[in-house]
Design a protein around this ligand. Sequence first.
Ligand code: NAP
Length: 475
Amino acid sequence: MTFQPGTPDHPLRIAIFGSGPAAFYAADALFKQTNLTVEIDMYDRLPTPYGLVRGGVAPDHPKIKTVTKVYDRTAEDPRFRFYGNVELGRDVTHDELLRYYHQILYCTGAQTDRKMDIPGEDLPGSYPATEFVGWYNAHPDYRDLTFDLSQERVAVVGNGNVAMDVVRILASTYDELAKTDIADYALEALRNSKVKEIYILGRRGPAQAAYTNPELKELGELAGADVVVSQADATIDPLSAADMERNPDRIAEKNVETLQGYAATTPSGRPRKIVMRFLVSPIEIIGSEHVEAVKLVHNELVLSDDGTLRPRASAQTEILPVGLIFRSIGYRGVKLPGVPFDDRHGVITNIEGRVIDTHSQLPLKGEYVAGWIKRGPSGIIGTNKPDSVATVNAMLADAKEGMVNEPEQPARAAVEAFIESRQPDVVSFDDWKLLDQEEVARGTAVGRPRIKFSRIADMIGFIKSKKGVPTPSGD
Ligand code: NAP
């Protein structure tokens, strides 16, 4: 007879790695199961939960962040535990975890960026947008970076929503940013920014942009910046026009309309200018010690075999003088130690959420994946809900068949003692709530929504002080 955990005496014990949207939607779907006793331990390498909702969503998009209230309800479930400040590979290994859980679900997102692979990309002054986003959102990994905001001309490569976020933050006034929960050091650095002109470089045309229309419109609503689009850039070429007729796309239609509106508007002389360029690709970043310019090739669109319009380089090039360049051409997943990885696509090797052994091509018993590290960095927060539910369905189907890992020590207390032995500074959800309340209190005191902790040592020190735990320095 196959062993089926999931009863009150033998709960189905699940570890979820990562605590962003995909992780919480999966936990919620698992808790909703009736006739199944399940316990979930959610791990994060940071002391703080919510993944990209905290470290990625733009500070001036507070409504999007209210989704954490839904996640908090999941976290209040007595079957849920949070183990923050615990890193896979550093504090615990993949094989060790298999001693404690029937199933492991990886929801670690996409933690790095894609590169353009062009000469000069690593010059000082050339940065991935992902690092800038982490920096202004007080992510501990990026808080000590510096960005040369003494430059007047900046290029942002890519036409996605992350590019829009980066441009908005660069173009916002101090007053606009001070209303947000942007990192306090970033607020100060941006207050002194000399940036005057921001070029958004799209390799295809206005009808192929990946950003959504509200984000495009927000650029036109900034107090201190004009949006500039030339008539030539806003004009739709015959191939795009035919494509839009064949495959009507409401977002593309609205974007074209908005861009044509920008092209028809005379700049009002605001201190900053956002210039939107299309059909250009960087082919070299020029500079001796620092970025001085970017060499662009002009593209034309061609119909590819899969029916999409792709960019093809022409013979025409231009030099655009800029002192700072952010590439915003997509996130990329990072390999977890001991977990199969598809390097080409930057995702954990999987078939519909079941982790696949790269050699045997067979599913690894009890290991699953959801979110960006499963399907790649696409979609909005809500896209992760059906994605996680699909993986949970695979987990439940396998559990029903007894296709689970068989841990040596499935008791909850056993893993708790083990984690504490490896990471004495493990952060519980109640500990996180102490940080959360303090961030809000610090913000309220100065008329801001919150002031975020950005150093792990400060977070741990604060939690200890609140709980009356002595620290090495005695404070
Ligand atoms: P994205 O939407 O995939 O956009 C990437 C952009 O980079 C595209 O315009 C793409 O152009 C371009 N690109 C790729 N390779 C390039 C290259 N070698 N040279 C020049 N351009 C290149 O990615 P993202 O902006 O990182 O966003 C990730 C996901 O998060 C998206 O689903 C996005 O909607 C979502 N997000 C949503 C919000 C929001 O809702 N407010 C905010 C941020 C992010 P092609 O189209 O030509 O490939």
